[in-house]
Design a protein around this ligand. Structure first.
Ligand code: SAH
Length: 387
């Protein structure tokens, strides 16, 4: 469970507390022990079903309790630094989680669904060579509250609260993919707690079948993800050859493809109804030959799988190009002929740098020397040069 760090005003952020953690926090603030669980459920309803940001509006709670809550807790939302809307309707938000801590979240509307691509870390440690986020050093993990808050910002912007004033029968945001910035399995507890809140019927009430966690292949955490999170799983595979994958997904040097496949075969809950999605970014001349396609098919044999072919999305300075369209189609034909559904993902939101692998924020971790220089500069009221 993630302990919510008190804010500077000494108040605890409510978003991201699991139900038991919230009940415990309520009791610690003076709510009678026997009421803890019930009050926690009521508060969850206001937070996650109605999108309330103000305790005063929580009219099923007594006035006294509302005042107690306001004295101990904060709800809040991250600040929206920018919102961009693509020509194709994709939206991207740059959210500020704290001073200098910024992440991107992307909403992709489709005919039959609306998918939110959520970030788990500020920056990333994995340095995948085709990924823009990989060029941004890890600044820090997001808290569970900061992860669920991304869904809440989207629901605010889309007027999409199930029990809110919009109250439309048809939800706009129906699916979540943990495919934004960062490696979710390197922020396990916070991602787990956040997904539980997203999937809980009294929480954000998205089903676990509509939440997908994507990993570059942190093998030792995959079984735990199945047991403790239970969402759908996606693997960023991108090559069936260790020599190629070592280059483009450096994590492969630590966990080889054979180990990764063994973890996939053992993924708890895997079945034909709950397949693993294998993501495969099409890089010109790197991993896109018919032979690569045949190797992929052989590698996945026996695993209930879907294959997602992602045309490479360019970014400034990227060392790769996207495979030609005919090459992607030939690849897809081989994979289809082997019996796999392998949709070629239409790039969405490229014009606003919102497509897969294009996310990046300016946030950088200040080096100790930077902090020292800043302090020196701030303290130096004396002239820099004394002759
Ligand atoms: N770290 C996790 C979550 C990020 S998901 C993971 O690797 O799965 C982001 C997805 O977009 C991954 O499948 C990633 O490999 C893919 N991707 C990254 N850069 C891309 C690019 N430039 N073009 C297309 N897909 C890209």
């Amino acid at each position: 469970m993630t302990a919510a760090a008190p804010t500077s005003a000494g108040k605890t952020p409510l978003l991201g507390l699991t139900r038991p953690a919230l009940a415990a926090a309520l009791v610690a603030s003076g709510v009678p022990e026997r009421e803890g669980r019930m009050r926690a459920s009521q508060i969850w309803h206001w937070l996650y079903q109605r999108g309330s940001t103000d305790f005063a509006a929580m009219t099923t709670l007594s006035k006294g309790l509302r005042e107690t809550l306001a004295g101990h807790f904060v709800i809040g939302r991250p600040e929206i630094v920018t919102q961009q809307i693509s020509a194709d309707g994709t939206r991207k938000w740059l959210l500020r989680m704290g001073p200098g801590v910024e992440v991107e979240t992307v909403f992709i509307p489709e005919e039959d669904r609306g998918t939110l691509c959520v970030s788990s870390q500020v920056g990333c440690t994995l340095t995948c060579r085709f990924c823009h986020t990989g060029t941004q050093k890890l600044m820090r993990n997001l808290t569970a509250g900061e992860i669920v808050a991304q869904v809440m910002v989207a629901r605010d912007a889309l007027d999409d609260w199930p029990a809110g004033k919009g109250g439309a029968a048809q939800r706009r945001l129906t699916n979540v993919v943990m495919m934004g910035m960062g490696e979710p399995l390197y922020n396990f507890e916070n991602v787990r707690d956040a997904i539980h809140i997203m999937a809980d019927g009294d929480g954000l009430a998205l089903s676990k079948r509509r939440i997908t966690l994507s990993t570059a292949g942190v093998v030792p955490m995959i079984e735990r993800a199945g047991n403790e999170i239970g969402s759908m799983l996606a693997i960023s595979l991108h090559s069936a050859r260790d020599d190629v994958r070592d280059e483009i997904v450096p994590l492969n040097r630590k966990y080889k493809i054979a180990e990764l496949m063994a973890a996939c075969r053992a993924y708890p809950g895997l079945s034909n109804a709950r397949r693993i999605t294998f993501e495969y970014v099409m890089l010109k001349g790197v991993n896109d030959s018919p032979d690569d396609a045949r190797r992929l098919v052989r590698l996945l044999e026996g695993i209930p799988a879907k294959i997602n072919l992602i045309p490479f999305n360019p970014w400034p300075g990227a060392p790769y190009a996207c495979s030609d369209w005919e090459v992607i189609e030939t690849f897809a034909d081989i994979v289809n002929a082997a019996g796999y559904a392998s949709p070629i993902r239409t790039p969405r939101g490229r014009d606003i740098m919102a497509a897969c692998g294009q996310l990046k924020s300016e946030s950088v971790k200040a080096r100790a020397s930077d902090a020292l220089n800043a302090r020196l500069a701030a303290n130096s009221s004396a002239p820099a040069h004394v002759e």
